[in-house]
Design a protein around this ligand. Structure first.
Ligand SMILES: *Cc1c(COP(=O)(O)O)cnc(C)c1O
Length: 458
């Protein structure tokens, strides 16, 4: 087979700043071992997130120039609305400045004490917005999804039996929404199958619970369905996306992911009454309903990005580059989540660093080591991000201790990825020198963004 090449050429470049290992050791110490506190100029390859870090196309930049900044009724809003509707077929389209703004509005209206939101896995901002409203979020990930090293085609699926059980226990009336996150970001960027979406919808329908899609990576999920699910090879990605959304009553989206935009998001739904309530809140917090929290130019860029992302040459390159890095690591014996997800490679830090106990945050320790060794910035998705404390201030760990290397869209080339693999393998070969971490300072919610840590000294 021929090499799958980057399906673009480069018209404008940004320099990467090089640092020495000594400089990085000092930078990491000054950043309290938290990658979010590092100055981005001190990062060589930035795999902190795939959010808002995409390279926009020349077409999107042309759209930026075309953007109309009318306060009300901007033509850019109608272009945006049409792009969203061509994918979702949902009548109500509400622009927001990010995905979490859409979540904040939705859960302020539907949440509250005594309410439960069920999901395959809630992303951290989604869970935080649910909990901030006083409600509870419940993750019901399928069994395969909980074992990083065991391959399965759709590890993002929801556990249908668990869903039925939770509905029976909590009562359908106390569950305002069921949310499917596609692909499952916190669970390894793993896709959800069409069969699972259909089955979840069936259970929701029987219980009168609306189904919402957290659609941040709808195109990557659709492409996995095309590749892996029987009967979908002949369908276009747009047809597959249309089918996914046909089972949903609404969706939230961060345009910073599968819309190649640097900012933006939206809320879309079928229910007109709910949409009116959302728009009333939108006006207080984001802006007038035809721009939300965005400039007209952003709406244009998102509309173009939503169409570009469904290009199958792009998706083939996208999915292949994640798989390429995953395979290189697997060949070197590095424990990674398998099979490869859609937007990131996930290292199993518990297995990578068996000498570091979970309460010393092995994921965060590995994040630090990748930075000092090669200037690579990654993020912990484990007990630092999701851990809770019991009444005795003892850590209740997360399901898994993962380190995520998120690949920005259309930004890095194959040699960048080769370099990343070399650094990880070097760190793996010297892994027993890595020490655990302890927390000096933390916030009560989303603590991983601002937490300060120090190395554990025996
Ligand atoms: C990024 C993300 C969000 C939040 O979107 P923002 O634009 O960062 O606010 C919600 N859900 C998932 C699955 C995400 O990946």
């Amino acid at each position: 087979m021929q090499t799958i090449i980057e399906p673009f050429r480069i018209k404008s470049v940004e320099p990467i700043w090089f640092t020495t290992k000594e400089q990085r050791i000092s930078t990491l110490e000054k950043a309290f071992y938290n990658p979010f506190l590092i100055h981005a100029d001190d990062v060589l390859i930035d795999l902190l997130t795939d959010s808002g870090t995409s390279a926009m196309s020349s077409n999107q930049w042309a759209g930026v120039m075309k953007g109309d900044e009318s306060y009300a009724g901007s033509p850019s809003y109608y272009t945006f609305k049409k792009a969203v509707q061509d994918i979702t077929h949902m009548p109500e389209v509400i622009p927001t400045h990010q995905g979490r703004a859409a979540e904040k509005i939705l859960f302020s209206i539907l949440g509250g004490k005594g309410k439960y939101f069920v999901s395959n896995t809630l992303f951290d901002t989604t869970r935080a917005n649910i909990e901030f409203s006083g409600a509870e979020g419940i993750d019901l990930l399928c069994d395969e999804g909980k074992h990083p090293s065991i391959p399965a085609p759709f590890k993002g699926n929801m556990d249908i039996d668990a869903l039925k059980k939770v509905i029976a226990e909590k009562g359908a009336a106390n569950i305002p929404l069921c949310i499917l996150t596609i692909t499952n970001n916190s669970g390894g960027g793993q896709p959800v199958s069409m069969k699972n979406i259909r089955e979840v919808k069936q259970v929701c329908k029987e219980n009168n619970i609306p189904l919402f899609i957290d659609a941040c990576r709808f195109a990557e999920n659709s492409y996995f369905i095309k590749l892996r699910e029987e009967g979908y090879a002949i369908k276009s990605v747009r047809e597959i996306a249309n089918e996914i959304f046909s089972y949903a009553d609404g969706c939230t989206m961060s345009a910073k992911k599968d819309a190649f935009a640097n900012i933006g998001g939206f809320l879309a739904m079928n229910d007109k009454e709910l949409a009116t309530k959302c728009r009333n809140l939108l006006i207080i917090t984001e802006g007038f309903p035809t721009y939300g929290g965005l400039a007209g130019r952003d709406l244009e860029a998102i509309a173009i990005g939503l169409n570009e992302v469904m290009d199958e040459h792009y998706l083939q390159y996208r999915i292949r580059s994640i798989e390429y890095l995953t395979n290189k690591l697997v060949d070197a014996g590095v424990p990674v989540m398998q099979p490869a997800g859609g937007h990131a490679v996930y290292i199993d830090a518990k297995e990578f660093l068996p000498h570091i106990p979970v309460k010393q945050y092995p994921g965060q320790a590995l994040v630090g080591a990748l930075y000092t060794e090669g200037g690579i910035r990654s993020v912990e998705i484990g007990s630092l991000m999701f851990g809770k404390y019991d009444d005795n201030k003892k850590l209740i760990p997360a399901h898994m201790e993962l380190v995520r290397l998120a690949i920005p869209r259309r930004v890095y080339t194959q040699s960048h990825i080769d370099y990343v693999a070399e650094v990880i393998i070097e760190v793996f070969n010297n892994r027993y020198n890595i020490k655990g971490l302890s927390i000096i300072e933390e916030a009560s919610m989303l603590r991983h963004f601002t937490v300060k840590l120090k190395p554990v000294t025996e």
